[in-house]
Design a protein around this ligand. Structure first.
Ligand code: UPG
Ligand code: MN
Length: 729
């Protein structure tokens, strides 16, 4: 029971079976130590073999160290459960205001219909409308997006009462109508059909404007906001556009059932070529300031434009944490998992992150809280704005609950515009000690760490019904590009003063500092992995043994560590509802990420640390053409271009194929070299060839548009042949 005899609003349970897991983990650790001992005590006498051996030692030291890091998040995971009824009973009329921030940045790869569906899903939350405010930040500065939002503000008048009356979920109309079949109940059925028709009409209007690429005069006359685009030069050069589309204070702004509506605001902050706009972090900071003048909700939710609400009760769940009388006050943010609509049956590109989030974020939660992952995160406004947590601090929810102000909408807009101008932040702490942090491609992670370091805790919460659903990349290159951005941003953090060991020192628990490094050091896995997949097969080809003989007792730790680690990872996947094939795909994609995206991430991070280049945020594409979607659905790997990433992947695949072939040939011809000492290398190389099957197909067998371009077949084969003829004796 909480203070004053009140029942808590949430409870925490520790994962079961931890003792068994820890013993298992220690056994693997012993195995790793034995491998290290073997490497150090068996260094060959001289020649190439000696250097290859020392390289293996280096790679294995790294893998062992990295594995230890990953154990921190498996040591003490915790799971959270909320009591929403208690919240509703206790805070019936005193629920706090919630400001919701949606970010979009490009109307072509983030289509306006996608954006407004997300907005509509949020505006219809099961939460008192007078306490909700939705803000759309449009870094694309697009009148098409503005028009779509205006349309959505009209449609919302029908949509909100419909959702609330029939307890609809999900409340994104597009997702809802796509999955719900016509209801049987007569009364419901009629309303259902009218809403569906209204939605389709809205969609048609928006799509035809989008297709045309501009808003015609007739529509422009509908709202004063369109006149702003007369002075927009382009998306990188324009004044602030701030339009309050629905003013929640206005008693006349009601939906078709007569209830007041949530506030709805469109913001496109000022952009000028001479001012760096700091990408999403800059957009969110402008929103924090502008919203503080308009609704100033003490709770802020941030989602990306593709992440629609899939669960109408999410706000109430989140509030159970913040408003718990006992443990609530120290909670700075509540992170929900990012889930995706468009994951294929066997998660072909390993984009679901199901296991990572379930296992690792729950694991971080046991030591002070998960990192902030950019979307689907509720914040206490103070924690985001830069306030430190001081013991005994409490938010006065009641005080903030009422919204007042006698200013007209125009006055409010004029005041807000100043806060979103380029020059407003000059000489302030914004982007440093206040708001989201600047200067890093993983602005979410630095910001979350800063909040942790200011004394706040965070919560990872996975409701039974997924809270948010977004869109994952649908091609290999997009997925690799997204990872490149992440690992580059993360590595940058590690080498900056935001490194968890520096910034978090003495402020957050050591296991949490280590857990941050699992991600911060992602990129550096590139080098040892590349070493392993290149040197080991080449040594196999030249009959240079790198592992113990099959008859030696030293083979035991190698076999144990490999089998135990992979069996456990497979078990983790199956346990969390993935298929065997999905696990296999996961292994493949991590290999590809490490050898290509991580390598480029490392290089670009180094260049940016040296001040040679400046990192840029490449936005993930959220659309796909039909041809491409079809291959995606069928789980056929998408290549299609001669990206440097593909050159690397194809060359590695060819090296392994050639080396395996060459080594088998040698054994068959029986050139006198015993295979006993090469068994593990054979097994490794064989597995790598198996896992690379989609690449060989793409290089030599496929004829469709998504195959590897023919020039790549030539380049990769030539490079592989070159590598295999380098003399190694
Ligand atoms: O200049 C910019 C660039 C991006 N965005 C928005 O930021 C969001 C995230 O961009 P996206 O390309 O979809 O990122 P993801 O690949 O999904 O990346 C993840 O990682 C990012 C950090 O690298 C986080 O910001 C994201 O929330 C998180 O989902 C989108 O809504 C964009 O519209 C802006 O508002 N302004
Ligand atoms: Mn995204």
């Amino acid at each position: 029971m909480g203070g004053e005899g009140r029942l808590p609003l949430f409870e925490t349970k520790e994962a079961k079976g931890r003792i068994a897991y820890r013993l298992f983990s220690i056994s693997i650790f012993v195995g790793i130590c034995l491998i290290w001992v073997y490497r150090v005590t068996h260094v060959p006498g001289g020649g190439v073999g000696r250097w290859a051996w020392l390289g293996m030692l280096g790679a294995e030291l790294w893998f062992g160290f990295y594995w230890i890091l990953t154990q921190t998040v498996r040591w003490r995971p915790v799971y959270r459960y909320t009591f929403k009824e208690r919240l509703s009973q206790r805070y019936k009329d005193d629920l706090p205001g919630v400001d919701i921030f949606v970010c979009t940045a490009d109307p072509t790869i983030e289509p306006p219909m996608l954006v407004v569906n997300t907005v509509l899903s949020l505006i219809a939350y099961d939460y008192p409308s007078d306490k909700l405010a939705i803000y759309l930040s449009d870094d694309g500065g697009s009148d098409l997006t503005f028009y779509a939002l205006l349309e959505a503000s009209h449609f919302a008048k029908d949509w909100i009462p419909f959702c609330k009356k029939f307890k609809v979920d999900p409340r994104s109309p597009s997702a809802y109508f796509a999955q719900a079949s016509e209801p049987l109940d007569f009364h419901y059925k009629e309303e259902w059909s009218t809403k569906k028709k209204l939605y389709q009409e809205m969609e048609d209007r928006i799509q035809s404007v989008v297709k045309l690429g501009r808003v015609n005069e007739e529509i422009q006359a509908e709202h004063k906001g369109f006149s702003e685009w007369n002075s927009v030069l382009n998306s990188r050069n324009h004044q602030t556009i701030l339009q309050i589309l629905i003013d929640g204070r206005d008693p006349n702004a009601v939906d078709n059932a007569g209830f007041v509506m949530p506030t709805l605001v469109y913001l496109s902050r000022e952009k000028r070529p001479q001012h760096h706009h700091n990408f999403k972090a800059g957009a969110l900071n402008a929103l924090i300031r502008v919203s503080s003048e308009i609704s100033n909700g003490p709770i802020i939710l941030n989602v990306d434009c593709d992440m629609f609400s899939n669960n109408a009760e999410t706000v109430r769940d989140a509030l159970c944490f913040f408003m718990d009388e006992d443990k609530g006050p120290e909670i700075g943010f509540v992170q929900y998992p990012q889930r995706f609509m468009n994951i294929t049956e066997n998660d072909f590109y390993a984009n679901s992150f199901r296991v990572i989030s379930k296992v690792e974020l729950s694991g971080m939660d046991g030591y002070g809280g998960p990192l902030y992952i950019g979307s689907g995160c509720f914040f206490r406004r103070e924690s985001l704005s830069g306030k430190k947590y001081i013991k005994g601090y409490k938010t006065d929810w009641k005080k903030r609950a009422q919204r007042h102000g006698s200013e007209t909408v125009d006055e409010l807009e004029e005041r807000g515009k100043v806060l979103a101008s380029c020059s407003y932040e000059l000489g302030t702490q914004w982007g440093k000690e206040m708001g989201l942090k600047y200067g890093c491609l993983a602005e979410d992670v630095t910001t979350g760490l800063a909040i942790h370091s200011r004394g706040w805790k965070s919560i990872y919460f996975e409701p039974t019904r997924d809270a948010f659903m977004g869109l994952a990349p649908t091609t290999l290159l997009q997925s690799l590009g997204q990872h490149k951005r992440w690992v580059e941003g993360h590595l940058h953090i590690f080498f900056s003063r935001h490194c968890s060991f520096i910034q978090g020192h003495g402020k957050i628990k050591l296991p949490l500092q280590m857990a941050y490094c699992i991600y911060n050091l992602w990129a550096l896995n590139a080098l040892p992995t590349l070493y392993y997949v290149v040197i080991s097969p080449l040594c196999l080809l030249h009959a240079i043994p790198l592992f113990p003989e099959i008859t030696s007792p030293w083979i035991m730790p190698f076999c144990y560590v490999i089998i135990a680690k992979y069996t456990h990872s497979l078990a983790e996947h199956l346990w969390h509802g993935e298929t065997l094939k999905a696990w296999w795909n996961d292994q493949r994609i991590w290999l590809y990420r490490k050898t290509s995206a991580y390598l480029f991430g490392t290089i670009d991070c180094a260049l940016s640390l040296l001040g040679i280049t400046k990192s840029a945020f490449t936005i993930t594409v959220k659309i796909a053409d039909d041809d491409l979607s079809k291959r995606y659905e069928q789980e056929i790997m998408e290549f299609g271009t001669t990206s440097p990433m593909f050159i690397i992947l194809a060359t590695l695949a060819m090296i392994n194929l050639l080396c395996l072939g060459g080594a088998i040939k040698r054994v068959v011809l029986d050139d006198g070299v015993g295979v006993e000492s090469l068994v593990l290398q054979f097994a490794q190389c064989g597995l790598w060839v198996l896992i690379n099957l989609p690449i060989y197909e793409g290089l030599f067998l496929r004829k469709d548009k998504g195959r590897m371009p023919p020039s790549l077949a030539f380049t990769s084969t030539a490079l592989a042949v070159l590598a295999s003829v380098i003399p190694m004796h």
